[in-house]
Design a protein around this ligand. Sequence first.
Ligand code: PGA
Length: 436
Amino acid sequence: MFDLIPLIKAAGYLGIFGIVFAESGLFIGFFLPGDSLVFTAGFLASQGFLNIWNLVSLIFIGAVIGDSFGYAFGKKVGPMIFKREDSFLFHKENLNKAKMFYEKYGGKAIILARFMPGIRTFAPILAGVGKMQYSKFLAFNIIGGAIWGIGLTLLGYYLGSVVPNIDKYIVSIVLLIIFISITPMIVHIFKDKNTRDRILNTIRNKTKYVNKLVVFNWKMNPETLEDAINIAKESDYKNIVIVPPFVFLEEVGKIIRKAKLGAQDLSYKDSRGGSFTGEVSAVELINLGVKYVIIGHSERRAMGETNSTIFSKIKTAMDSNLIPILCIGENLEERKSGLTRKVIRNQIYSGLSLTNRNNKPIVLAYEPVWAIGTGKPDTIESAREIIGYIKELTDQNCRVLYGGSINSRNINDFLKYPEIDGVLIGSASLEPKLFF
Ligand code: PGA
């Protein structure tokens, strides 16, 4: 950005014209230097490198026909754009907003946009999309082009001629121009509460749960597909594994983009198919985009699942390249009798040591049974100690999570410790908004 002087010298008249044209009306030109470029070019003219009258004429013409090109493009593609379905990058609502913006501010927007990087490029295109009257557009385009293209260039020329040794300050002046030109945009963004919250949230969510794994186990909830979709949309962040009931896997899988999909169980009978009424196979899960599978949850163990069944499920999952999330943990009686380590050791060895893992990843979730669904999590000290113990028994390819009454208020108390690789959340995961 600060190498504008050599850039302008190398680009010459034609280059400057091309840049101004592109940034005025070509989609791809939005990142090009604008205010700073024409100002610096004016300055260079004052130093005898360019002829000022040739320069201002070219900049003015480039700016005006660039904007007109953008308008024509917008007008042509507009109807097509309005017919398009909403997608990740494209929201019809934004176009409607732009249209309303023009209806409200009219041509003034075309003039103001000239001074705003990025907006400068999209404003004429949107004026075309919104079908602003061409004569009106052209008038404001010419006025804007003149104030911006001729005014700023002459300002650079003037200051270059009257201020001695201005080349020493040129970088600071260019910085000031950039600052002034983006200020209205920033002020506008931060004045609007919704936009402000959206930006702050995006930043916050990007840095949230970094390097941790957060598993949302919905258990046998919710009741309808509609609710499932809404909850999934609100949970769709990086590092989250959404684990809906089987019946919602397909639809949830279709809408999530950042989160991963998990299943609550799988059959060990056969990884592909067969006569096993009520069972769901690993291949069926994989074909729906499932990456993780919870195995040995205490609620399933309570329904009769044994360590040996669990071992078979882990093996089936791994052989099919699903990542198992093996749940382990002691019940209250075992805790009170000081048997926690023994129980955990047993569960790990029956689930893991017999399996030839070939370094395949696995996740362990330490979930003291008495802490699940009770609103009373284990103390952080105890959870850290037991997770430390689990890590001694396993290898580096094994991430260890804590689970049991985690909610949006206590999650960070656990995640702040490096040995806790993440959390498994049950009932609180049905209200994902609270976590982001
Ligand atoms: P909970 O459940 O967060 O509701 O206690 C945890 C789990 O599913 O294991």
